[in-house]
Design a protein around this ligand. Structure first.
Ligand SMILES: Cc1cc2nc3c(=O)[nH]c(=O)nc-3n(C[C@H](O)[C@H](O)[C@H](O)COP(=O)(O)O)c2cc1C
Length: 233
């Protein structure tokens, strides 16, 4: 990306000795902080106005809005008669509020919707460090500088298919914005894991996490958060 400051225009010749020392001190401070906050806010500021991409994985445990079990009810929201996974709902709100494109991570082999079977399978995948295959791919990942990445908390971590995903794409130079839904654990350590998996990306730390028992707060919560990070349309 082209720098907005042309260094040749700096009035170096006219600087006093103190000015030079200040510049050196600033340079040192900048080189220490650059990989973290300033780089992040600069990249966020520069990407406002561009179309973001919203990527998510979600596992609604039913598609029937009537007579749900408690577990099924926990894992979905019903919006105008349509059943959406919790994370799917948050992803759709982000899309509406940012005008972005959306990509859903789907497993090649569909997961079971029965709660107990799903919970056990997810645990087994985690123990085995499985990399479940993904169906389909993002057409043009290079077209996006700002990428939201959403998932449910599974066993205190991301679902293993997120690991498949993060190992399949390289988001170096891009801003990754995590969001998740959960049953009380919040993000756990997942934001750091995303950063570890994508060392060349700027992963923002104040992602959005929402408890499945507070889904009615999603519209206002997402709007406030997007405003906070400067990405509301
Ligand atoms: C396999 C599995 C494991 C889960 N593990 C956790 C957990 O460790 N901590 C937590 O807070 N919630 C956990 N949950 C609850 C989900 O994070 C929560 O229901 C989430 O909103 C589901 O989102 P979804 O409908 O988009 O898939 C788990 C749910 C499932 C199905």
């Amino acid at each position: 990306m082209k720098s907005r400051h042309d260094e040749s225009t700096l009035p170096a010749a006219k600087l006093s000795r103190r000015g030079v020392m200040k510049l050196i001190a600033f340079g040192l401070a900048f080189s220490v902080l650059a990989p973290t906050l300033p780089a992040l806010s600069a990249s966020l500021a520069e990407t406002v106005g561009q179309k973001p991409l919203i990527i998510y994985f979600s596992m609604p445990e039913t598609d029937n809005p009537d007579s749900m079990t408690r577990e099924e009810d926990n894992s979905v929201v019903v919006i105008q008669g349509k059943v959406l996974g919790n994370t799917q709902y948050v992803a759709q709100l982000i899309q509406e509020m940012t005008g972005g494109d959306i990509f859903r991570i789907l497993p090649q082999k569909p997961y079971p919707t029965d709660h107990r079977t799903l919970v056990e399978l997810a645990r087994k995948e985690q123990r085995q460090a499985a990399r479940p295959a993904i169906a389909g791919k993002i057409e043009n990942p290079g077209a996006y500088d700002t990428i939201f990445l959403g998932y449910p908390n599974w066993w205190g971590d991301m679902p293993m298919i997120l690991y498949t995903f993060l190992e399949q794409y390289d988001f170096s130079g891009k801003t990754l914005i995590p969001f998740c839904t959960h049953g009380g654990s919040g993000f756990s350590r997942t934001i750091q894991t995303i950063q570890d998996k994508q060392p060349g990306a700027a992963v923002i730390r104040n992602g959005y996490s929402l408890s499945r028992s507070r889904m009615e707060r999603a519209p206002s919560g997402v709007a406030e958060w997007l405003k906070e990070i400067g990405l509301k349309k």
